[in-house]
Design a protein around this ligand. Sequence first.
Ligand code: PLP
Length: 431
Amino acid sequence: MKKSYQDIEYKRDNGEIWFNDLKRKRENGPALNTNRYSEYNDSTKSVHAGQYDDPETGALGTPIFQCSTFYLNEKSYEAIEEGRGRDEMIYSRYGNPSQWSVQEKLSSLENAESSIVFSSGMSAISSTLLAILDKGSHLVSSRDIYGGTYNFLYEDLDKFGMSVTFASPTNIKEIEAAIQENTKVLYFEALTNPLLKITPIKELVALGKKHNLRVIIDNTFLTPFNVKMLDLGVDIVVNSATKYLNGHSDLIGGTVSGSRKLVDRIWPQMLKNGGSMDPHACFLLERSLKTFALRMRTHNTNAMALATYLESHPKIKRVYYPGLASHNQYDLAKEQLKGKNSGMISFEIEGGDTNAHALLNYLKLPKEATSLGGVESLISLPYNTSQASLTKEQQKAIGINDGLVRLSTGVEDIEDLISDFEQAIHKTFKK
Ligand SMILES: Cc1ncc(COP(=O)(O)O)c(C=O)c1O
């Protein structure tokens, strides 16, 4: 006989583990007829994977399912009773065909069993960590982590009885030394901001295996086009979709991908935190992802050309770019990034922050704005944006030197970008 809700609640009130009484099925995926194009390459996947063509109308392309709720039926009642509403049409915070469509495209691009889209990168990160960590557990993370993530780890984890130790993302020995008896997770970024340090993923995964820890990587700066983290043995990959995945600087979003089992564990945390992605944002993200591979190829080649140009310029003191032989992890970059490198560049200009400000004023194409990964080049100074909360001494101690500039290279014509830098550097030193 089927159990009623009252039975389940009654058992819970009596302190029994009511979850075990549920006949949970693990669904294969969303209740939609879409194709992942898994056997194809990234450009083809970007264009076709996950798209839902409406059989009723024959409309080509995923419609926007702009609804908060759905008609209930036998299937949805059963899914509610069994606590597996993730892939049924019930309520849009649980799931919505617009979300599933873009999630299927992401799973295809990440080579993942499953993915979830979130209302922001921070929502994806905080929900993932709260879902994977238990009370009393500890994680090791990076000293160079994104500020929003640092704030969550440093300010909020202890409210949940969890703790964190920060270590260098490039020093596996230091990371291992930070592991404690209660450590459960290694949480790092694949490429750091703004100095573009490379986390050695294979070594980190081996360390995770040795100590039975989950490895979670924020791959926002690289994306699955440049490195597929799950193929390297990472358990969960997160991205701020606000950046390269969407690529048009017009939405805020986040993604999580991994095994169905782990992503199913993150999904109820997303429900509790309320961070699901709005259907219209899903439409924008899915549409943007159609040109993802196309955009990434240009970001990468433009950045390589611009980094080479900047490095040869007498007024540029130093360039940080993984594709340059001068990068202090060049061999690791070659192995891990396989020549794709990144669209991000940082560099130090002669004359410090004063000249850095002048340069930004004279540049016509790159927009002076925070964020990254847009089709337009975006430029900012870490000292008064991403690292503004640090004192000058602290900034120096972590390598944020006077005159450091961060550039997210867009997809403009490379000749135009180089001549824009040429004229702006010239004007900066003429004054
Ligand atoms: C590496 C990295 N991770 C996560 C985030 C947070 O993403 P969002 O702003 O979409 O919440 C950012 C934002 O800049 C980021 O740079």
